[in-house]
Design a protein around this ligand. Structure first.
Ligand code: ADP
Length: 538
């Protein structure tokens, strides 16, 4: 017997139409260097339909890739929908990547056009001749006085839009590509992840659900996580899908500007990587705000940071785990009702976990070589593998030897995790960041958490350094808060009761700043090469 329900395709234009029809009066704000720009979903919808007309006029092919090189803004949101809703594929380029990577990615994806914010035009324009498939560069004037080249390929966004006719959105194939995003490629070439319409809609439903970010019509949602990084964690789809007002930081990504925007615009939900919230903390502490949930992830969320938010801002950080390959949100740190009366210490421990898989995602931990499942006892660790309708099955035209899926159809994450009896995930490390000392693994994440619980410590990154006897030993790279002075021995004394004795770092190096990747995470690769010849005692 067949089900007798309507077979309606899950396409991105259903999200668009919902916002257009039901939430037209809801405001969208973008904080540009030239000042705040205010619009509504109604205006956004009209402009997005006309942007569809622009893509036709520019001759972008039926499944052509539409590149963006832009901050979070209402215009970027127009592109987020105009491209997939007309059958094209949105391709967000990361404005912080190295030139060679940008060229590689634009050529690999075969971008036909790139829409670029004027504030970052100088980063893109010098590369344009190396991007062999790009025919047009459309400049979105977000302020500043960067020179706009006098070149026939260069066009002005607002001029094109003013001249364009609105189009109907008629996509019907839910398995067609909607957008693509490349992972930062800590090893080898960047790898392209291709999201389908269907995966986007299902991921959106998970993100709006209470166990996800729980974004609803009462929210004012501000994605700090860039729209060029893993779909802004689904917020740019979840807000229109639920009628939440939107606030975009534009190029104004400085901690003070972010904090002021949160407060001045009454933001209720925001999300970003831990380093963003580390920076924003002093600017938010003690101020009156309307925040009710702060999503944080992309790397381990230090317990001390979450607790500092609870104490100084009034709410802890909600930790989520995911990858570009999982759209990205796959699990979230839920505190079920049974935690209501737990003491704050126990709750903080719980929040330091990656949480439960969101409904729709299956997770397991396995021995990476034998695929043997590890027990859910919170002690055994293994590679975290996931399966679900918004997990990638493969990369776009991968390099030889790059394999994302296991033979039995699960997605490899490269993360090492333990799971408790309910399958609540505790990320121990990324495979490549683990420290192998005397044949046993040391979790850099656990050490960092212990070090960051010292009040004088602002940031800590633990890396492996080569050791003649133990193979590898941990080195703690520590950034102190301004005005603090602490010795390495004091740090070691502080963490001695917190970790196994053989985990204690070989040494503590005080550094001015932890180098960051293009998406604001700790760049351990840079630290490893900086300290590759670190002198050790055998
Ligand atoms: P990259 O960091 O390589 O640019 P992603 O942004 O896709 O790519 O990052 C995915 C990785 O980020 C995960 O594999 C994991 O290592 C890390 N990560 C994400 N969320 C968390 C979390 N809550 N705790 C620890 N690590 C996390």
């Amino acid at each position: 017997m067949r089900g007798l329900m309507q077979d309606v395709p899950l396409t991105v234009d259903t999200i668009f139409r919902h916002a257009e029809q039901h939430h037209g009066d809801v405001p969208i704000v973008t904080n540009n260097p030239s000042g705040k720009v205010r619009t509504t979903y109604a205006e956004w919808a009209d402009r997005t339909r006309r942007l569809g007309g622009v893509l036709d006029t520019l001759g972008v092919s039926a499944e052509g890739r539409v590149g963006t090189f832009a901050w979070n803004s209402a215009r970027h949101l127009e592109l987020y929908f105009a491209a997939p809703c007309t059958g094209r594929v949105l391709h967000t380029l990361n404005v912080r990547l190295f030139p060679e990577q940008l060229t590689y990615i634009a050529n690999h994806a075969e971008d036909e056009v790139v829409f670029v914010d004027r504030t970052v035009l100088p980063l893109l324009w010098p590369l344009i001749d190396t991007m062999t498939t790009v025919r047009h560069v459309v400049v979105m004037d977000d302020g500043g006085d960067n020179e706009v080249p006098d070149d026939p390929r260069v066009l002005d966004y607002e001029t094109l839009l003013a001249d364009a006719q609105p189009v109907e959105f008629t996509t019907t194939d839910e398995n067609a590509a909607a957008s693509m995003c490349y992972t930062s490629g800590t090893t080898g070439n960047p790898k392209g992840v291709v999201y389908s319409h269907r995966s986007t809609v299902l991921h959106t439903m998970a993100v709006v659900s209470p166990n996800g970010f729980g974004i609803g019509v009462e929210d004012v949602a501000m994605p700090i996580v860039p729209m060029f990084h893993a779909n802004a964690w689904g917020i740019a789809h979840a807000a229109p899908a639920s009628g939440a007002a939107m606030v975009f930081p534009g190029a104004m990504m400085q901690p003070q500007a972010l904090a002021d925007l949160i407060i001045d615009e009454g933001v209720t939900f925001t999300a970003g990587v831990p380093t963003i919230f580390q920076g924003a903390l002093p600017h938010l502490a003690g101020r009156t705000h309307r925040l009710r949930k702060i999503g944080c992830g992309g790397s381990a969320v230090p317990k001390a940071l979450s607790e500092a938010y609870r104490e100084q801002v009034g709410l802890p950080l909600y930790q989520a785990w995911g990858m570009t390959e999982t759209h990205p949100v796959a699990s979230g740190g839920t505190l079920s009702a049974r935690w209501a009366d737990a003491d704050e210490g126990a709750k903080a421990e719980r929040r330091a976990r990656a949480g439960l898989p969101l409904f729709g995602v299956l997770a397991r931990i396995v021995d990476a070589d034998t695929l043997e499942e590890q027990p859910w006892d919170d002690k055994a660790t293994g590679e975290l593998q996931v399966r679900g309708p918004w997990c990638a099955q493969d990369y776009y035209r991968p390099d030889a030897g790059v394999e994302l899926a296991t033979p039995d159809g699960w997605m490899k994450t490269g993360d090492v995790a333990a799971m408790d009896e309910n399958g609540n995930i505790r990320i121990a490390d990324r495979t490549k960041d683990l420290i192998k000392s005397g044949g046993e693994w040391i979790s850099s994440v656990d050490l960092e958490n212990a070090i960051m619980s010292h009040p004088a410590v602002k940031e800590a990154a633990v890396i492996a350094i080569p050791h003649p006897k133990w193979d590898e030993r941990p080195l703690a790279c520590v950034v102190l808060r301004e005005g603090e002075t602490v010795t390495g021995q004091e740090i070691i004394d502080h963490i001695t009761p917190l970790v196994a004795k053989w985990w204690l770092p070989e040494a503590v190096e005080f550094i001015d700043e932890v180098p960051k990747t293009s998406v604001g995470k700790f760049s351990k690769k840079d630290l490893r090469s900086r300290f590759a010849d670190y002198p050790v005692n055998d």
